[in-house]
Design a binder for this molecule. Structure first.
Ligand code: CA
Length: 473
């Protein structure tokens, strides 16, 4: 059979719990769901550094952030490096393209390399009328960015070199803040309240101080641009929080709806062009997001809602329709899996592993039982820039999660007036994900978990040694 095409659709900050195929309580995504119906839903897919720029680098390099050098939003990809998935595929005879959000730097040597065609947003890019960098030159577009990215994708697919298999990255900026829906969906959800999540009124007790110190509380920390107006007068603190959540989540979900439309348009194109059978279609997002979970918006933490990535994949030739995979899979595994899927060797410098057997419904006996995570972005002012989330690293297995907060720049009260003061002593958290899937109780100091602490600490040390990362003391 001919080598498969790869259509890699990635949005920005789209949490799995805002996709109906993942059981969303708050919205319906019929087109993204088509991938789950016709392929596989991966339920344990996670990022290794929950922030936009690093996650994109993790995906393209198959490496952890401390190895590829992209650890924070301020870091940029080195376009001269050979170990980029698009270059490896291009060398193999693929035609390659990237449209939409790049966010890995601009100008030499950070512009996209290894793509036959690219048209990318500058940095985060706006929701309307984007000026793109297209093949090294600025080009102004008019309209809603999600639709423009979809149109550019269709145009390229139509005009591509059809003698070659393709690798296409369609990377939406939506639904990143500050959320601006398409006029088409401006009034969607106006007739109802969106349910608040179970942990919306979290008071951050029974955990490290890191959670309480974070500046991502809905109602208190969001900008006016996030909710588009000042709260109505006369509301108390809880009233403002409830009001801001509805304002935030509705605009977020309206932006998601346009992304869902985009996926539908692209899947229809594949059907109409007889490309469906031999195209691997993936829908994911660069990381998860707090949708009011723990009272928050944003991401960064190793907590579940931010760590988890949606990952839906359809490949009729190899993947059983309607299948579900619960094995641990991370964003450094994407590139190795693509290489394996088309029959190429995985370069030894890639740190991820191939999940091809998982896609084929077979779990290898030695499949990874844990993942390593690290978030560095605790500098840069500590407030809006880093949301005052102190640096941490940790390990997650299928049943437990161990986190070590070593950051030294978090304030201790969580108040936006709190200056960036030296952190308390470093802190540990252990969560029992089976008994406490919402991570509301740190059991690190509970004697009943002494053995688990020991095992998880050993696993953390093993992974740091394996990946060549340096522990903090
Ligand atoms: Ca993101």
């Amino acid at each position: 059979m001919d080598q498969p095409n790869i259509l890699f659709i990635m949005s920005d900050d789209h949490a799995a719990h805002a996709i109906s195929a993942y059981g969303s309580r708050i919205n319906h995504t019929p087109h993204i769901d088509r991938l789950a119906e016709g392929g596989m839903r991966m339920d344990n897919c996670h990022c290794v550094n929950s922030i936009c720029t690093p996650s994109r680098a993790n995906i393209l390099t198959g490496q952890h952030s401390h190895v590829n050098g992209v650890q924070t939003l301020a870091d940029k990809i080195d376009g001269n490096r050979d170990l980029l998935i698009q270059k490896l595929l291009k060398n193999e005879g693929y035609t390659t393209a990237m449209v939409g959000k790049w966010h890995l730097g601009q100008g030499e040597p950070h512009d996209p390399t290894g793509f036959d065609f690219y048209s990318v947003l500058q940095g985060q890019g706006p929701y309307f009328d984007p000026e793109m960098i297209e093949q090294g030159k600025k080009k102004q577009y008019t309209g809603y960015t999600t639709e423009i990215i979809t149109d550019l994708t269709l145009q390229w697919l139509d005009s591509r070199d059809k003698d070659k298999p393709f690798f296409f990255c369609c990377h939406h900026k939506a639904p990143h803040r500050e959320w601006q829906p398409s006029p088409k969906y401006a009034t969607l959800f106006d007739d109802r309240d969106i349910p608040e999540p179970e942990t919306f009124y979290d008071d951050y007790s029974n955990r490290s101080l890191a959670a309480a110190a974070a500046h991502m509380r809905i109602g208190r920390d969001n900008k006016i641009a996030d909710v588009k107006s000042l709260p109505p007068t006369g509301l108390d603190e809880q009233g403002v929080k409830k009001w801001a959540y509805q304002r935030y989540i509705k605009d977020y979900l309206r932006c998601v709806q346009s992304v869902d439309d985009s996926v539908g348009t692209l899947l229809d194109y594949l059907d109409a062009s007889s490309l469906t059978d031999n195209t691997i279609v993936i829908y994911t997002s660069d990381q998860g997001f707090f949708l009011g979970d723990h009272g928050w918006y944003d991401k960064r933490f190793m907590y579940e809602h931010s760590l988890r990535m949606p990952f839906l994949i359809r490949w009729p030739a190899q993947i059983e329709a309607g299948s579900v995979c619960d094995e641990i899979f991370t964003n450094i595994d994407f590139a190795p899996t693509w290489l394996d899927a088309i029959g190429l060797d995985i370069p030894k410098d890639m740190q991820g592993v191939s999940g091809l057997p998982l896609w084929q419904g077979k779990t290898p006996e030695n499949w990874q039982q844990s993942l390593y995570y690290r978030y560095w972005m605790h500098t840069g002012g500590g407030k809006q820039y880093g949301h005052n989330v102190c640096a941490h690293y940790g390990v997650r297995t299928r049943t437990h999660k161990l986190i070590y907060y070593y950051g030294k720049s978090c304030g201790t009260t969580g108040s936006t007036d709190d200056p960036v003061t030296p952190l308390w002593q470093p802190e540990w958290e252990l969560f029992d994900l089976v008994k406490d899937p919402n991570e509301m109780k740190n059991v690190y100091h509970d004697p009943a978990y002494a053995d688990v602490v020991k095992e998880m600490t050993a696993e953390l040390e093993r992974l740091q040694a394996k990946y060549g990362d340096t522990p903090e003391h």
